[in-house]
Structure formats: structure tokens, C-alpha cells
Design a protein around this ligand. Structure first.
Ligand code: WTA
Length: 631
């Protein structure tokens, strides 16, 4: 590629030499000419099907698109069953290290056995095809095991991130109507115990649909076990029923695989629904092409399985490709700031995939912590979750990767299921840009009318053609699916991402950030409405508004504005109490950095809080168009 503008990093020769895709530009062109044909070819190449499809793509009921119509499959067949009859049965699927130093490894065969066992247990509890199972755990091998077991029998998993707390969990259980909850006694984080079972108990009191709780023992601390409802996983495993094999359910390509709740504009989290067929094709293709995953790799996606990144690239993607993954339970700087670097050296990790916030956090401790370890096993680095600032990019590239490892900056969303804008290993890189859309993905930056904007001009990021791993609907709320993603550019049929971006003169995409009521805190996705409703559930609070404010380390932090009820007065103690309340309801990631006590909030005449006005005031920026302001 000739003459790119700005700061450009070309891939090292040895990376190019082994790259799966050699001619990026050519592949982009070919795939763009016929995206359906591109994905169809990958579907044949990378996964097995019990029965083939009649048609690869159906847009007759847009925006309810379908892929691989009529095909029969089960993602667990591709992730596990098919490996058991090959040499891979003896290959490590997972290498796990607990924060306390405990180590476990699991071959594909062993993982398959465990999944069969858990599947048998779920069946004996009456879980059937289409039933929802909620999973709420720390980063343990039992988390993928529970997900795979659920999918194996055709049930739908809903994983709730282990850092969420009571109300967040209760709401998600309620919305999914899960009769089974899988959790652990606790998790380790920064040397402390996260009381998962206690939180789960309280959540189930609020959402009493749960009939059975399976509890994995991790911390060993004393927890309440309700007779007839709660069971220890290790005890269930001893039962005669938990033996032998469970048949993998034959699923339609369009049958649901999982629900993953994510934050949107209203208080209620959205249950993003993904299916077996297209999703497996999308994640396997993107992982293979963007990270060049090979059998000898040791892949470390440092996300949490409880978020989409973990679903796609810790659980399903690497297993479908038969890769070896590393999982670490705890905090990156525990007990010392070289914990990650030590583990990369120790386990010979070849690819590290993490969030910019983690990179910035580790960068703070200085280069010496990195340099005391031999990181020469690394060959590729990746980031996800928020824009990476060029300074962190260069540090990651120079200090961690020693200028040998291209940085794969992947832009995507819970809704998209897999990478959408990302370099491949051979792509010339510009720090801070996710480069260009993945082959077969058609993205554009458009103005309010849907016309492409000029290079350098900010606009809405849209996707112009359906893709296989896309969400199929919002669980239980198809209207919201249409409204949220497809109504703004209904005429053109574009998917609205909710991000703003610009393209440069080389056609490279630069993601700016969310334009809706979503805040990205340390890469975690939160909705202003969820934080606000946690605040107003406190007796002192009458109204609340939350905004994201840029932060050097976390990308954004939460600032809130609170109107108190009669009889309450602002004080530092009350501020602390409200923070604790949000922590208890939502979890530590949602705790506001700042609570401002105010007398009124800027509102439109129809009563909607104008968060952008609060944001402008906080940042000392012009307040923009105030014509709709009530007062
Ligand atoms: C943001 C995470 C810039 C973006 C996989 C998107 C990014 C939201 C990047 C989705 C990136 C994700 N560069 N921004 N490489 N990756 N984002 O659903 O705002 O938790 O809309 O999915 O994260 O967050 P979600």
C-alpha cells in the first residue's frame, strides 16, 4: 500500500510471512463486491453443519435478517465435539491461573467431559431447549463449561458479569425468566473475596423465578445454602446422573444461543440475542483472519467471559478454531504490577488481547515492570472496548511488543457479535485508528441524512449490509430492536451503531465515541439510565442524571447530578452513602466518581433531562442549541 498519510507503522516481515491473509486490499475488494458469498465460503470452510442451508441470506423480513436458512448445527459441536475425534482431544483448551496462584489446565477431552457432566446436571433439573439459564460467576473455567453445557442441550445462556451487583443481576434474571442460576460461592479480586453467592441470594429474593441454584466452590468461605434450591456443583458431579455423555441438540441455524444484556437508552438493559449459525461463522472467521490464530499459539483474551468479548473470543471463537487459551482470574496488578508480564513469560503467551484502559493502567507503573520479563513469545497484540489514545498505543507497541508486534485495534459491539472494523496482521497501522472494515463488512460514516461525509468530518458510524454474527433481536422486544438500530436510517436500511467516527483521506476509520446515553467506563458499557435508577432507589434522592466525563485512565468516569428529597441536606457523608448504594445495586464499575447536589436539572419542555447540557457545563464547553430547554 503506497503513501499513507500521517504516522504509519508497517508490519514486520516475519509477521507478513506467516499471515493467513496476504493481500488485504484485494480481499477487501472481493468481499465487498459480494459479502454474502464471502461469508458463505467461510461457513463452508471453518465450521461443520449437520445439514446444509437452502439459502445463505434472507432479507425478506428486514431488519429481521436471517443467515444460513434451513441449516442444522450446534455451536458446541464445532467448539468441542468435533475435536474429540481428532488429535486435538489431547490439546489444551484452557490454561487457567487463579489470582491466588492456583493453576488448572484442561485438555479438549477433559473440557468435553466436564461439559457433558454439566449438561446432564442441567437436564436433570428439567432444563429444556429454549429455556434460559443465568450464569453469574468470576473468571473460572466453570464459566465456559456452564455456557457450553447450556448451549449443548439447546438452552439459552444469559451470563451476567461477575462485577455486577444485586439489582443488575435481579433485573436480568427477571427479564430472561431464568429458572436456573449458576453461580459460585465467591470470587477473588485484588486479594479480597467478592461475595457472589450473597449477592445472588439477594437478587433471587427480588426475582423469585429461580428454582435451582448451582454453586461452584471457589473461595471456600461460608455461604448460605437453601435446602431444596441450592446445590454444590462438586456434589452434583458425584451423582450417577452426572456421568456419560449427553447428546448435542440439533439446532436450527437461527435458533437462539444466548442473551447478553447491554446498556441502552432506557433504564431497562437490553437482552441482545445471538443465534447458533451465523454467529459461529462470524467469530471463527474474524479470529482467524485478524489474529492469525494457529495451533501453536497461546491466546490470551484478558476480557471477562461475562461480556461479549469473552463470549466470542474466550469461549466460542478459540474453541471452534481448536486453539489454546489462557484465562486469568484476578486483577492485573496483584500482588505486583508485573503480574501480567510474569504470566506472559511463564505461559509463553503469543497473542494478548485487552482493553486500552488496562494498558493505560499498567503503563502508569513504568517500563521496569515490563522489562524484567522476557516477552519474546508475543507476536501480536490487540485492543478493544474504547478508542486507544496514541500515547498508550505507542507504549503498548514499543515497550510491550518491542516494535515487533502489530496492534490489532478491533472495533465492534455486543450487538455485532464479532469484529467489524479491524486491521489484519498485514495492515499498515495508524495509532488510534481501527483501520478499515473487516472483509465482508460494509461500514460508512454518514451525516444526519445518511449521506457519506467528507474525509475528516465527524458523522454517525453505520453498517450498510447485514452480517452473519449480528444480533437478531432484543429478547422479548422486537419493536425496540427496530427502533433502536434501524429507524434512524430506515430509508437506506443502515444499522445505527450509536458511535460517531470520521474517516481520513486514506479511508481509515477513527472512532470518536458514543453519541447516545451509553458511557464507557474502563471499557465497560453502562447506561446513564441504569445508574440514575440505582440512585433514585435511595430514599434521599428525588431525581438524578448521569454523564460521562473524560478521564485519562478509565476513558470516562461517571459524574452524577442529584436533587434531594425534602428533609435531606447535601453532605460528604450522604455523598459517600449514595456511592455505596450504587455499588450495592449495580456494582463497583457503576460507582460515580462525583455526585453533585443540585436544585434543578436542565430539561426539555417534555421533561427529558438534557444530559448534553450538563456535560457541556461540566467540561466548560459551549452549551449548544438550547431552544428546547424548558427554562
Ligand atoms: C466502543 C465491546 C473505539 C464503541 C466489544 C462501541 C470501541 C462500544 C472499540 C461497544 C475500539 C469498542 N475503538 N471504540 N476498538 N471497541 N468500542 O457492546 O463505543 O461492550 O459502540 O462491546 O465500545 O461496547 P460493547
Amino acid at each position: 500500500m503506497a503513501n499513507l498519510h500521517g504516522e504509519v507503522y508497517y508490519p514486520p516481515e516475519e509477521v507478513v510471512a506467516r499471515a493467513h491473509v496476504q493481500d488485504w486490499e484485494k480481499l477487501l475488494e472481493e468481499a465487498a463486491a459480494d459479502p454474502v458469498a464471502f461469508w458463505e465460503a467461510r461457513a463452508k470452510e471453518l465450521v461443520d453443519w449437520f445439514e446444509p442451508w437452502e439459502r445463505a441470506f434472507d432479507d425478506s423480513n428486514a431488519p429481521f435478517y436471517k443467515w444460513f436458512i434451513g441449516a442444522k448445527t450446534n455451536i458446541v459441536h464445532n467448539a468441542l465435539d468435533r475435536h474429540i475425534t481428532t488429535w486435538r482431544r489431547n490439546k489444551l483448551a484452557y490454561i487457567w491461573e487463579g489470582e491466588d496462584g492456583t493453576r488448572r489446565t484442561m485438555s479438549y477431552y477433559r473440557l468435553w467431559r466436564e461439559v457433558n457432566r454439566f449438561a446432564a446436571i442441567l437436564k436433570s433439573m428439567g432444563v429444556e431447549k429454549g429455556d434460559r439459564v443465568t450464569i453469574y460467576m468470576g473468571r473460572l473455567p466453570e464459566l465456559p463449561i456452564a455456557m457450553l453445557a447450556t448451549a449443548k442441550i439447546g438452552a439459552i445462556h444469559s451470563v451476567v458479569y461477575g462485577g455486577f451487583s444485586v439489582e443488575a443481576l435481579a433485573e436480568r434474571i427477571e427479564d430472561a425468566q431464568s429458572r436456573v442460576l449458576i453461580t459460585a460461592d465467591g470470587g477473588f479480586m485484588r486479594g479480597k473475596i467478592v461475595p457472589l453467592k450473597e449477592i445472588a441470594d439477594e437478587a433471587v429474593r427480588r426475582s423469585p423465578v429461580v428454582e435451582h441454584m448451582v454453586v461452584v466452590r471457589r473461595t471456600g468461605h461460608e455461604v448460605n445454602m437453601e435446602v431444596g434450591r441450592d446445590y454444590w456443583y462438586h456434589e452434583l458431579c458425584q451423582l450417577p446422573v452426572a456421568n456419560g455423555t449427553v447428546e448435542t441438540e440439533v439446532m436450527d441455524a437461527e435458533d437462539p444461543l444466548f442473551i447478553l444484556y447491554t446498556s441502552g437508552t432506557t433504564g431497562k438493559p437490553k437482552g441482545v440475542l445471538h443465534t447458533h449459525g451465523g454467529y459461529q461463522v462470524g467469530i471463527a472467521t474474524t479470529l482467524k483472519y485478524a489474529f492469525d490464530l494457529k495451533d501453536e499459539d497461546r491466546w490470551w483474551c484478558a476480557a471477562d467471559p461475562g461480556w461479549i468479548t469473552g463470549h466470542s473470543y474466550i469461549v466460542y471463537g478459540p474453541l471452534i478454531l481448536g486453539a489454546t487459551s489462557f484465562i486469568y482470574e484476578g486483577a492485573p496488578n496483584y500482588p505486583y504490577p508485573d503480574r501480567w508480564w510474569r504470566m506472559i513469560e511463564e505461559y509463553g503467551i503469543t497473542i494478548l488481547y485487552t482493553a486500552p484502559t488496562a494498558i493505560r493502567g499498567l503503563m502508569r507503573f513504568g517500563n521496569a515492570w515490563v522489562n524484567r520479563h522476557d516477552l519474546s513469545s508475543l507476536r501480536l497484540l490487540g485492543t478493544v472496548g474504547e478508542p486507544i489514545n496514541p500515547e498508550a498505543w505507542r507504549w503498548y507497541y514499543e515497550v510491550v511488543g518491542k516494535e515487533r508486534c502489530p496492534i490489532i485495534d478491533t472495533w465492534w459491539q455486543t450487538e455485532t457479535g464479532h469484529f467489524m472494523i479491524t486491521p489484519l496482521p498485514v495492515t499498515p497501522l495508524k495509532p488510534g485508528s481501527a483501520t478499515k472494515p473487516f472483509p465482508g463488512i460494509l461500514a460508512e460514516v454518514v451525516d444526519e441524512e445518511g449521506n457519506p461525509v467528507e474525509p475528516g468530518v465527524e458523522g454517525n458510524l453505520v453498517i450498510k449490509h447485514a452480517w452473519p454474527g449480528m444480533l437478531r433481536t432484543i429478547y422479548g422486544d422486537p419493536e425496540r430492536y427496530k427502533e433502536q438500530y434501524w429507524s434512524k436510517y430506515a430509508k437506506q436500511g443502515y444499522y445505527l451503531t450509536g458511535d460517531s467516527a470520521r474517516k481520513d483521506e486514506d479511508g481509515y476509520f477513527w472512532i470518536i465515541g458514543r453519541v447516545d446515553d451509553v458511557i464507557k467506563v474502563a471499557g465497560y458499557r453502562l447506561g446513564t439510565a441504569e445508574i440514575e435508577s440505582a440512585l433514585v432507589s435511595h430514599p434521599a434522592v428525588s431525581e438524578a442524571a448521569a454523564i460521562g466525563v473524560p478521564d485519562e485512565l478509565k476513558g470516562n468516569v461517571i459524574h452524577t447530578f442529584v436533587i434531594l428529597r425534602e428533609g435531606f441536606t447535601p453532605s460528604p457523608e450522604l455523598e459517600e452513602e449514595l456511592k455505596q448504594h450504587v455499588r450495592h445495586e449495580m456494582g463497583p464499575i457503576a460507582v460515580p466518581a462525583k455526585i453533585n447536589f443540585v436544585e434543578s436539572l436542565p430539561k426539555t419542555r417534555s421533561g427529558k433531562i438534557m444530559r448534553r447540557v450538563l456535560k457541556a457545563r461540566t467540561l466548560g464547553l459551549p452549551e449548544g442549541d438550547l431552544s428546547t430547554l424548558e427554562d
